[in-house]
Design a protein around this ligand. Sequence first.
Ligand code: PEP
Ligand code: MG
Length: 563
Amino acid sequence: MSTQNAFLQGVGVGRGAVWGPVATVRPAPVVPADEPFPADLAAAKEKVLAAFSDVAAGLRAQAEGASATVADVLTATAQMADDPALRTQTGQRIDKGEPPLHALVAVIDSFAVMFTAAGGYLAERVTDLNSVRDRVVARYQGLPEPGVPPLDRPAVIVAPDLSPADTAALDLEKVLGIVIERGGPTGHTAIIAGQLGLPCVVRATGASSLVDGDIIAVDAANGTVTLDPDDATKAAVETRRAGLATLAEATEDGATADGHRIALLANIGTAEDAERLTDVAVEGVGLFRTEVLFLGAATAPTEDDQARVYARALSALGGRKLVLRTLDAGADKPLAFVTQEGEENPALGVRGFRLVRHAEGLLRTQLEAVTRAAKETGGTPWVMAPMIATVEEARQFAAMAREAGIQTVGVMVEVPAAALRARDILAEVDFVSLGTNDLAQYTMAADRLLGSLVDLLDAWQPAVLDLVAATAAAGVETGKPVGVCGESAADPIMALLLTGLGITSLSMSPSALPAVRFALSRHSLETCRAIGEVARQAPTAAEARAAGLALVDPQVREILALG
Ligand code: PEP
Ligand code: MG
């Protein structure tokens, strides 16, 4: 796309491109261990208390210009900063002779302990408390408040990485794209960026040298960031945006040029995500990551809470398909109330369906909640379990789900053991869904959170392709659906290959759907099969992709910037 040399080369997420000013995310301030005791006690106390008020006022002002969801988050934090108990107790500690910031941190920490012990809603507010602490400390020190800055104009967010809280506070009307120095393409910032449809580059080493106001062009398809883009680069960005916008107008169901159907589905994490699909041309949801509902909660959501959320998602989809995945906790998605302490290798530990060994009630409650939501809405959700490794596990899950009244039961294939024995697993369940993010992690023995191993985590790795092909073949043989819901489904060339292998549905971030729909519509099933064959003969990931790409229609290559 660019006529200039890229300033940074990272790994792109999505196919979009954008240019605009940089807004950097500020780090949390540090309270010095040897904080001096101020000469003027009264003035220091006054300064801390004023910092509380300034933080609250700043958050309220920010909320005024923000969209409804972001405004809610900001207003709740402002209320916390206004809490008289925090100020009074901080003042009392300073009066007793504690240095001001230490007094403030001690008070916030004591409230955090109380909130955590109380559980439920209060425990969930600990993140807000910590946010108030960091903001007040920064104000006191005369530093900008940490986190995503208030945006007065559309900007590209640049950060070392984004926490889930930072991401929740992104004002989508003003965020043009995301560039992060760390992370990887299947890490959670990347997944959320994809979910939000924001062009994103991860692993952008050197991004921390960018400063507020720098103008950059971000090309997600090529994983590049260009500093001070020239007119030609800006024009290329606009052309790409216009091209993708045109593709996004297509509404037909997924099919190859010769009419072979392959369902195009969306990945979601919340009921709000499902509601956002109301006007999106998508055949349903292929992965509802229900653990998002549990993240950050100190105690498990109740059956009532869960049933309400699932019913909302089912109603939003209005009869379209919904594949709901049961809680996938552990490793990269730790949950306060179930994650096993002291595991040396959490990715290989008690995670996903394995939690049933310690907390069977959690899964039973979730299954009951799904059944209730289905009855209330008249919906028929498909339900699948994550991290299944053995036939026994698949059998146990199927029994539990059917006992709870679920009609269509499946499991994820994301552990090599399950892929190798997919036929036996399919004998126990009605469908399977390939989670290629974890399948790559476990096949290549490469931590998916380690961006530096991104080459190993590539779903084009021949060994990963072999396992995907084995699973697809088991589906073709048994006549049962085999979907793909890992990030690889969003890669248009991979989508063609998967179709050729006999995969029956592709589930991805909604923003990735138009490119995949377009690629499918321009190739016959025979070409998809040929792409599968040539790619699988290649000995390396790069050669596999290149072999597949060589069979892609040149016009599609150009429009989708496939290289
Ligand atoms: C996967 O592993 O590919 C998957 C879809 O699940 P998650 O990314 O939520 O682990
Ligand atoms: Mg997974």
